[in-house]
Design a protein around this ligand. Structure first.
Ligand code: F6R
Length: 539
């Protein structure tokens, strides 16, 4: 059994902050975020532990060490420590002098055990383990495992011994693998509690809870406009960012789909910042718009998932999303990772322009850090979406409504549903309902309303009342308690409460699950819907 070096997701990516983190007794590698690490660290420091890094992981190491110093054996110490951790994470733990013992724990972030001949491996998925073995056991939420060379005992979150099947993975031949999911899209939805913190960690100093944004080579304090362009889902991520940047940084944002912006000869400000968002980094229209902006003197920053892509290569500054390969044609984890980077960009511009206080920044960052845990919780209740999907699969048309940052989410939800289930779906700003779309509403039209309980909630409720009065079947996605909803709804997906700023990242997940499960009920080709390509390199 071996632990390999893993670069830090907390603190700067220096050798000191790189995994594994260790004391004389314990060594740990970790994926994800330990949300309560500051409290744990303060407590352990008060008890005499000395920390050497800026990472959240070190708190886990000292916590286990502390339990061992209090007389517990390694397995019991790890178990006692696990109970004290909050967040979404995966851990691998080894102990000095115990060369036939490794503990694995999964809470929110994926984790897989690999079975070799007389040896065991641990990795985040089958791809990581492909060079060593193709026999994999996926841990389930809350599981932890005691691993020896000869095999592993797996326990659930209540400490009950459980059996998890071992499966033959095809990762070694195909390089990518669906894990224990039916489709890549499902796997990618479920990876979000892992890839969002990986992405955030690139732009946030977790210890101070402040944004640590790379230099874009432009003075963010003096820009008077931001131009954003992208296509499809990536465009909707940009549209959310328009709300964020304008609200937080008080700078106007011009945004357009790349296929329009490339031809409309838009006037651009002198020395402006132009931001391009693209999962593949190869989308022809986005690339053409980038070149137009570059030729017109803009500083080019691109948010891409493929760092070697053409868009990345032609940009002045590259802001990577750390979503990992996205195979399903319908973009899911790339979208929320794009939002993660854009959220940090909004804060970075706000800070540079002095429109946001240090306290506000810390509040926003803490809201983002908490998200993976809430997403993991939502994913544990996936069954709710299956029942909704059964009903939706009978519909011919579906409307999505939202206001503020929930408006782009309504657009994105509708896009996701139509592209993989082939059900006609449209997203509207809820306030636009009475300017036309309300004519479509009757008892056969499900209306999905994205409405976190924010300052626009009451307005959206009155739009819902208009829908309900016409017999429309409302599926509400909201954190508002049922007693606050003064109109009849067919289904209510009760969301966890998160900071208002962070809601788009969380509320994207139910729209993905609705689309996914509806497509599964319809029996369509979820990962490769008809007529669509993952990378659109032609206009
Ligand atoms: C929809 C989807 C597409 C892409 C669009 C842009 O689920 O994936 O709308 O978002 O084709 O692709 P990228 O991000 O590669 O530029």
């Amino acid at each position: 059994m071996a632990l390999v070096t893993r670069w830090a997701t907390h603190g700067r990516p220096t050798e000191r902050n790189a995994h594994p983190h260790m004391t004389a007794q314990v060594s740990v590698v970790h994926n994800g975020i330990i949300e309560n690490f500051r409290e744990l660290r303060a407590d352990l420091e008060a008890k005499g532990h000395t920390f050497e890094t800026d990472t959240d992981t070190e708190a886990v190491v000292h916590l286990i060490t502390h339990e061992m110093q209090n007389g517990l054996g390694p397995v019991e110490a790890a178990r006692a420590a696990l109970k004290q951790l909050r967040g979404a994470f995966a851990l691998g733990i080894i102990f000095a002098g115990q060369d036939d013992l490794m503990i694995a724990a999964r809470q929110g972030s994926p984790l897989a055990l690999g079975h070799g001949t007389g040896e065991m491996y641990l990795g985040s998925d089958a791809i990581a383990l492909a060079p060593f073995t193709d026999t994999i056991t996926y841990l389930e939420e809350g599981d932890w495992a005691v691993m020896h060379r000869s095999g592993a005992e797996i326990f659930d979150r209540d400490g009950r011994r459980v059996d998890r099947p071992s499966v033959k993975s095809v990762a070694s031949s195909l390089l990518v693998d669906k894990g224990n999911h039916r489709h890549f899209m499902a796997k990618e939805i479920h990876e979000q509690p892992e890839v969002i913190p990986n992405t955030l960690a690139n732009y946030i100093d977790m210890v101070t809870a402040r944004v640590n944004f790379p230099d874009l080579g432009i003075d963010l304090a003096s820009i008077n406009r931001v131009t954003i362009s992208a296509c499809g889902t990536a465009y909707y991520a940009g549209l959310v960012a328009k709300y964020w940047i304008e609200r937080i940084a008080r700078v106007p944002v011009e945004i357009d789909v790349a296929s329009e912006m490339r031809y409309r000869e838009a006037p651009l400000p002198k020395d402006g910042l132009a931001v391009f968002v693209s999962q593949s980094g190869e989308t022809a229209d986005t690339l053409a718009t980038l070149r137009y902006c570059k030729a017109n003197g803009q500083r080019i920053a691109s948010i891409v998932n493929v760092r070697t892509s053409t868009i990345a290569r032609e940009s002045d500054a590259v802001l990577p999303t750390l979503a990992g390969p996205e195979i399903g044609v319908a973009s899911t984890k790339a979208f929320t990772c794009q939002l993660s980077v854009l959220a940090c960009l909004a804060v970075a511009i706000g800070r540079a322009r002095g429109t946001i206080s240090a306290e506000q920044e810390v509040e926003i960052v803490n809201g983002l850090i908490e998200l993976p845990r809430h997403i993991a919780a939502l994913l544990r209740n996936e069954q709710t979406f299956v029942a909704i999907a059964q009903d939706l699969s009978k519909a011919r048309d579906v409307l999505y409504l939202g206001r503020g940052t929930s408006y782009p989410l309504a657009l994105e939800g509708a896009l996701k549903l139509k592209e993989i289930s082939y059900i006609h779906a449209e997203g509207y700003a809820a306030g636009e309902l009475k300017h036309g779309p309300i004519a479509l509403i009757d008892e056969n039209v499900p209306v999905i309303v994205v409405a976190p309980e924010d300052d626009l909630f009451e307005k959206t409720i009155s739009n819902m009342q208009e829908v309900a009065a016409r017999g429309g079947q409302i599926i509400l996605i909201s954190d508002a308690l049922p007693e606050k909803i003064s109109c009849k709804v067919a289904a209510h997906i009760l969301m966890p409460k998160v900071s208002s700023f962070a809601t788009p990242l969380l509320y994207a997940v139910p729209t993905q699950l609705i689309a996914y499960h509806t497509a599964v009920v319809m029996g369509t080709d979820v990962d490769q819907p008809r007529n669509l390509a993952k990378s659109v390199t032609v206009e």
